[in-house]
Design a protein around this ligand. Structure first.
Ligand code: FBP
Length: 547
């Protein structure tokens, strides 16, 4: 196999870990916990795993002997840089505790567990993937594990391999499933523990105890590099407005972080749009205002960042999408049986409330069609398939055309649209993500060896040097609340959205006027893996500001 010189050099990188993980570990129990909301209902649904204490690890002199154990691992959902290091950290952690322990990787995501598709991960395989991006070591998938028959099948397959614990590396939905599975196994006294690991580039799986999900750092750095490059191109040619949609299915953490890094002219933050009860037209107005101001200075170019999840945060669109989700779940067969998009749109419009029907029929057809696309297995709209950046560019274009006719705009407007998503999800992890994920893997091994279940591996104090990071575990039920999914109320991990009173957003809001009217672009450049620590080991601006 041919490897790039960087790949070869990166193989030798030894990830940094918290001091407590360097030798024997003492597990210290903190306070008992509660779910973030709906405590009564969540407690009833998780009688065996609700309320467990927070755990933190301390270095210890006591040498303990742990029996050999077989452990299974899956990667779930969208790729995020560092997944391979979670697995290599888990592998090294298990082998350190007992060299006869074995690690099995279930293939292709959660379906590997039910279909019993697996491979043993040996040191030869692990060594090939250290510090690399991607999830290709065992693959990933989005199958939802929620039926009891799937749980029983999983248990049967674990028993065949004498597996004592499963590690589920996933986002909010997958960790929700991990909690449900942990509770099911605990209730049955099945003898299989379940540990989650917080993954997603979206950065929306976080609390005080889970300061960031892995992959967010690397993905934002890749996108910020590209945004910087486009900004320099825009500033050189001075003829285009670039509309860049950034991944992040729901929260706008990625858009906000990239804005803080690159200082574009406009960055829409969905959470603000929702809080201010804005319409799509008002979002467009905001952009047009910047375009007009810049034109007055002769600057007919710029960069606009658009979060992927925007449409779901515009209140009227949100109401429409919620109705569509429930309705498409109910009439799935009828809608699928129709031959043309036109028929589908008409059928759907007839089933919506009067208000939503008006919003739906007022949308451009191509955009309305995109709202009817298949939901993902968790019942979410697949926002990465909706061209919001193009919609906004088109709407700005027609608005400035009108202003020109009225004599209120003297400049030029020409839009280009881009979508940055997949190009960031499998990048070679930054030093931060390589260190953080390896530490999370080592943490998961300690949680397992100490008999814990229903916990998410947690490594915090992340703006300090890795040596001072605090490793431990957080009960997954602590992050849960009740939400409507597929037309029914379900216990799920609450998504962490951008806080409008938080320092990252406030910092952005204080500067955006200047960034809009002037050209104050910053060019972050590519991720550096070797070199001075201020270049190579910086965390995200979000983490630094949230500290
Ligand atoms: P996860 O929440 O599973 O980590 O996935 C995040 C994400 O990258 C979103 O930003 C994006 O909307 C979605 O995955 C795209 O999914 P797919 O890979 O199925 O197209």
């Amino acid at each position: 196999k041919i490897k790039s010189p960087l790949q070869i050099a990166r193989e030798k990188y030894a990830p940094k870990v918290p001091a407590a993980l360097k030798g024997s570990v003492k597990v210290v129990e903190g306070d008992k916990t509660q779910s973030v909301a709906d405590q009564g209902e969540i407690e009833k649904m998780f009688p065996n795993t609700y309320g467990m204490p927070i755990l933190s690890f301390e270095a210890s002199d006591e040498k303990k002997n742990f029996p050999a154990m077989n452990v299974g691992v899956i990667l779930s959902g969208g790729q995020a840089p560092g997944g391979h290091n979670v697995i290599s950290g888990l592998f090294d952690g298990l082998k350190t505790l007992n060299s006869d322990s074995k690690l099995f990787g279930f293939l292709g995501g959660p379906s590997g567990l039910t279909d019993n598709e697996y491979k043993e991960l040996t040191s030869d395989i692990i060594d090939e993937y250290r510090n690399t991006g991607g999830f290709d070591i065992i693959g990933s998938g989005r199958t939802k594990l929620e039926e009891e028959s799937q749980f029983d099948q999983t248990l049967e397959n674990c028993k065949k391999l004498d597996i004592k614990a499963l590690v589920i590396i996933g986002g909010d939905d997958s960790n929700t499933n991990a909690a449900v599975l942990a509770e099911y196994f605990a209730a049955k006294n099945a003898g299989v523990q379940v540990i989650g690991v917080p993954k997603t580039i979206d950065g929306d799986l976080k609390t005080d105890m889970i300061e960031t999900s892995f992959g967010f750092d690397t993905a934002c750095k890749v996108y910020s590099e590209l945004i910087g490059n486009i900004q320099r191109d825009a500033n050189s040619a001075k003829k285009y407005y670039h509309f860049i949609k950034l991944m992040g299915r729901s929260a706008s953490h990625i858009a906000l972080e990239c804005a803080l890094q690159a200082q574009p002219n406009v960055a829409i933050i969905s959470e603000e749009v929702e809080a201010k009860n804005m319409t799509l037209d008002q979002v467009v107005d905001q952009i047009v205002e910047v375009v007009v101001k810049r034109a007055e200075k002769g600057e007919n170019f710029g960069v606009v960042l658009v979060p992927e999840g925007l449409v779901e945060f515009i209140p009227a669109m949100k109401a429409l999408i919620a109705e569509l989700n429930d309705m498409l779940a109910k009439y799935e067969n009828e809608v699928n049986a129709l031959d043309s998009n036109k028929e589908r749109r008409e059928f759907v419009a007839g089933k919506l409330s009067a208000e939503s029907s008006k919003v739906f029929t007022g949308l451009p057809n191509s955009f309305a069609n995109q709202l009817l696309l298949d939901r993902d297995p968790h019942g979410n709209v697949q926002v990465s398939m909706i061209d919001t950046e193009q919609l906004l560019s088109d709407m700005v274009k027609s608005r400035v055309k009108k202003l020109k006719k009225e004599g209120k705009f003297n400049g030029k407007f020409s839009g280009q649209s881009h979508f940055f998503g997949y190009e960031g999800r499998c990048a070679a992890p930054s030093n931060f993500d390589a260190d953080y994920t390896y530490s999370l893997g080592r943490t998961a091994a300690v949680l397992i060896a100490n008999g814990k279940t229903g916990y998410m591996a947690s490594v915090r104090n992340l703006t300090a040097p890795a040596d001072e990071w605090i490793a431990g575990g957080v009960p997954v039920t602590m992050l849960m609340n009740m939400e409507r999914r597929h037309g029914a109320m379900k216990p799920v991990i609450q998504k962490a959205l951008v806080k409008l009173d938080g320092k990252p957003f406030k910092t952005f809001a204080e500067s955006r006027k200047e960034w809009g009217e002037n050209t104050e672009f910053v060019y972050p450049g590519p991720i550096q893996y070797f070199g001075p620590t201020e270049v190579c080991d910086q965390t995200t601006k979000t983490l630094q500001l949230e500290k």
